[in-house]
Design a protein around this ligand. Structure first.
Ligand SMILES: Cc1cc2nc3c(=O)[nH]c(=O)nc-3n(C[C@H](O)[C@H](O)[C@H](O)COP(=O)(O)OP(=O)(O)OC[C@H]3O[C@@H](n4cnc5c(N)ncnc54)[C@H](O)[C@@H]3O)c2cc1C
Length: 380
């Protein structure tokens, strides 16, 4: 067992850290307040290779491994979880899904543009009545021979307002239940496809989350991913890897808050000494550091298993469940270490605290992760 990062991994980590400091930190508070994220910054992330880390270089990707992706997610999330969720959806769900299961035509059409940061991709599974219970899809894709007619509404779609391609899950044959679901690539601007309202959120406010409406949208059959009825399996397989990305995001949010608390504890003085000299603060820092390290080991292990082509669903669920709880705990304690200063925007920890919560919700809530873990440990 070797816990060291390779020289290559350390380089990836330090370039992501530098990008986060120089490009994401300036304006992060303003972007959070305004609920905006400029396209130029998305493009810069594309130029850095963050948008398609694991994609084959022949499609413009970085050709790197999952651990590299995790390191990038961790570093970006320390500063700006709105940026990292865009990176996560692009990499784990859209790029992975297209590269692994898409046709050659689909890969050539979409991957280079996503990789370059020309546009993002979106993954559209959730609906008003289908969140945790993703099998109860109400969106329909009626088979019309050489094309489908798509009707329905998708909720909570990350990158919903800015994407060029949307991977949309829809029910084709209700009698077959989840085996009758398909995944279709729907391009922005297709007649009948409307981008609905942008959500006003607690955290990750820079990232755009939209409702999407499909009304008699004609989608060529060549836009379907995989065989007829593969859509639900496609969604579950991509989400397994997605959980590693969100676990890395949670880890980064926790680590970012901890680093700020550690620094502040050596600057702030009360009762004639730095607060780091008070044992109560030392114990908080000790607990934070321990939890973060445990989360990191779980996340890196899940990434290593995926890279080794081993089953990784259990590790990914454990990593997400644990890292998201650590993000909640550590960000709350980081505010406590900052006292009143932690409660205002200028010191960044209040944003990280708000950003942490979503990691317990999307790509499977903590309750769903526990169900996945229980199924594995019980052999069900
Ligand atoms: C900011 C944001 C971005 C998102 N981005 C995307 C995206 O890009 N694409 C996408 O498809 N979706 C996205 N989602 C949707 C997200 O994945 C869902 O919100 C999530 O899966 C939960 O579904 P729900 O909101 O319908 O909650 P529900 O499924 O209604 O759950 C409500 C509560 O009940 C619990 N619960 C449900 N079923 C069970 C059960 N069987 N046992 C125990 N507890 C249960 C849940 O854990 C939760 O606590 C996003 C959501 C948000 C908020």
């Amino acid at each position: 067992m070797n816990f060291d990062l390779t020289e290559e991994h350390r380089m990836v980590q330090s370039s992501a850290r530098e990008f986060a400091q120089t490009e994401l930190l300036p304006g992060v508070i303003e972007r959070d307040t305004a609920q905006e994220f400029p396209n130029e910054l998305v493009k810069k992330m594309g130029d850095q290779g963050f948008m398609a880390v694991m994609v084959d270089p022949q499609y413009g990707g970085g050709g790197m491994d999952t651990l590299s992706y995790v390191l990038i997610m961790e570093e970006l999330s320390k500063i700006d979880a709105s940026a990292s969720v865009m990176v996560s959806v692009n990499n784990s769900l859209v790029c992975y899904g297209l590269q692994e299961y898409g046709t050659e035509e689909q890969k050539q059409k979409y991957l280079p543009k996503i990789a370059a940061g020309d546009y993002t991709g979106a993954f559209c599974l959730s609906e008003p009545e289908a969140g945790s219970d993703a099998t109860s899809q109400q969106t329909t894709a009626v088979d019309k021979g050489d094309h489908y007619i798509l009707n329905g509404t998708k909720n909570w779609i990350t990158n919903g307002g800015r994407s060029g391609v949307y991977l949309v899950m829809a029910q084709t044959d209700r009698a077959k239940q989840h085996r009758g679901i398909n995944c279709l690539c729907v391009e922005r601007g297709t007649p009948g496809f409307q981008i609905g309202k942008k959500e006003d959120k607690l955290g990750i406010r820079g990232s755009d989350t939209h409702t999407l409406m499909f009304s008699d949208v004609k989608v060529p059959k060549s836009n379907r991913i995989g065989e007829d009825g593969f859509g639900f399996k496609f969604a579950m397989k991509t989400l397994d890897g997605g959980r590693i990305g969100i676990a890395a995001q949670a880890l980064g949010i926790a680590a970012g808050a901890y680093e700020l608390a550690l620094k502040y504890s050596k600057e702030r003085k009360t009762f004639g000494k730095e607060i780091a000299q008070h044992q109560a603060i030392q114990f908080k820092l000790a607990d934070m550091a321990t939890k973060i390290e445990a989360a990191r080991l779980l996340v890196y292990k899940a990434a290593a298993e995926k890279d080794a082509h081993l089953p990784y669903g259990l590790s990914a669920a454990m990593a997400k469940l644990y890292a998201s709880k650590v993000a909640m705990d550590v960000t709350a304690e980081a505010i406590q270490v900052h006292g009143g200063y932690g409660y205002v925007k200028e010191f960044h920890v209040e944003r990280l605290y708000r950003d942490a919560k979503i990691t317990e919700i999307y790509e499977g809530t903590s309750e769903i992760q526990r169900m996945v873990i229980a199924r594995h440990v019980l052999g069900m």
